[in-house]
Design a protein around this ligand. Sequence first.
Ligand code: HEC
Length: 169
Amino acid sequence: MTATPSSNHRPLALARLVQYVLALAAGLLGIVLWAHGGETLSPGEQAVRYRHALYTAIAWNVGQMRVMLDGSHDFDQARFAAAAGHVAALSPLLTDAFPTDSNLPPKSAARAEVWRDWPDFERRLAKLTAAGESLAAAAAGSDRERVRSAFADLTANCKSCHERYKQDD
Ligand code: HEC
């Protein structure tokens, strides 16, 4: 093959161009998948993510209330009541967040007992919702001791369920 310098150069330029196009396509595909909320995850993995997000949101609201009760932040009745209401509103969503195909350790810290003893687990979720509602009701009043005891009731639900159904707790 009689290659001139320019014809030697062309295949190289073409290879580069192909590389760029592939890189661009991969980047765009990544953005599309990301924008669609992780289509690369299996339905079970998506459920794990969903419940982690719910628990994170619940825990953040509990933390907001805790710092108002332990004195490290001023007690703001409206914010406290709103946080309690958010816990009550988010908790019922957890009942759909444990489909059977989402028993996926180690991505999930949920123990197999969640699915084996589902009626008990579901009852505990209902209790969590009720405890959030009681706390929201207490927070709407002016009896701070009632708020404290309703808050302790709420967090007792977290602890006892984790002891039984969550790894490493
Ligand atoms: C009915 C049982 C139950 C109750 C009640 C409960 N949890 Fe959990 N929680 C779990 C299980 C099971 C997991 C593990 C989920 C997983 O990894 O798939 C978990 C995980 C979590 C996580 C970790 C989320 C992550 O991203 O890994 C946090 C934070 C959390 N719970 C906070 C709370 C708080 C705060 C409360 C009380 C207001 C609470 N939970 C009440 C069962 C419960």
